[in-house]
Write a protein that binds this ligand. Structure first.
Ligand code: SME
Length: 161
């Protein structure tokens, strides 16, 4: 692998476009889920400011189990009826939460977290897991972040195919 992450420039959508190109290059030619998830989490966590946790929970057929991530140690298992991650997995829709304290059932793995973006990872009919991003800043994630992170999640899923 030869890969070098360059600093991102321009508008937020421009930066996500650059980051998506970097993610494609980083994952290209590798299909191992753990390897790709680990490198993906490291790339994206360090590319943009204002995150305290970014990583994966994978669905084991019953609940979500933590996968590769960057940040402090996290809750290991999350049932689908619990938390922001469970909601994203159960409803199969992105959850963008400006204030996690106002989200019923939010699971505080890191008490610093104030806002959260969780993207379901679905391939065909199958739930693979979720991509979870936490921020210590309230309302850190806007529609550009959601679109950009959904694009990144799609690149992760494509690499597994
Ligand atoms: N806050 C999440 C739990 C996972 S951690 O943030 C890493 C939730 O409510 O699902």
């Amino acid at each position: 692998m030869s890969f070098k992450a360059a600093p991102l420039t321009g508008s937020k959508p421009d930066q996500y476009a650059q980051l998506q190109a970097q993610a494609r290059a980083l994952l290209q030619g590798e299909r191992d889920r753990i390897a790709n998830a680990a490198n993906f989490a490291a790339l994206v966590y360090h590319a943009l400011p204002g995150f305290n946790w970014l990583g994966f929970y994978f669905f084991d057929g019953t609940e979500l189990v933590v996968g590769p991530f960057q940040g402090l140690p996290a809750c290991v298992r999350i049932p689908l009826d619990k938390g922001v991650c469970g909601a994203a997995a159960r409803l199969r829709t992105t959850q963008r939460v400006d204030d996690v304290h106002a989200f019923p059932g939010h699971i505080a793995c890191d008490s610093a977290s104030r806002s959260e973006l969780v993207i379901p990872l679905v391939r065909g009919d199958a739930l693979i897991g979720v991509l979870d991003i936490d921020s210590p800043l309230p309302a850190r994630f806007d529609a550009d972040d959601q679109a950009g992170m959904e694009g990144l999640a799609a690149i992760f899923l494509e690499a597994l195919a």
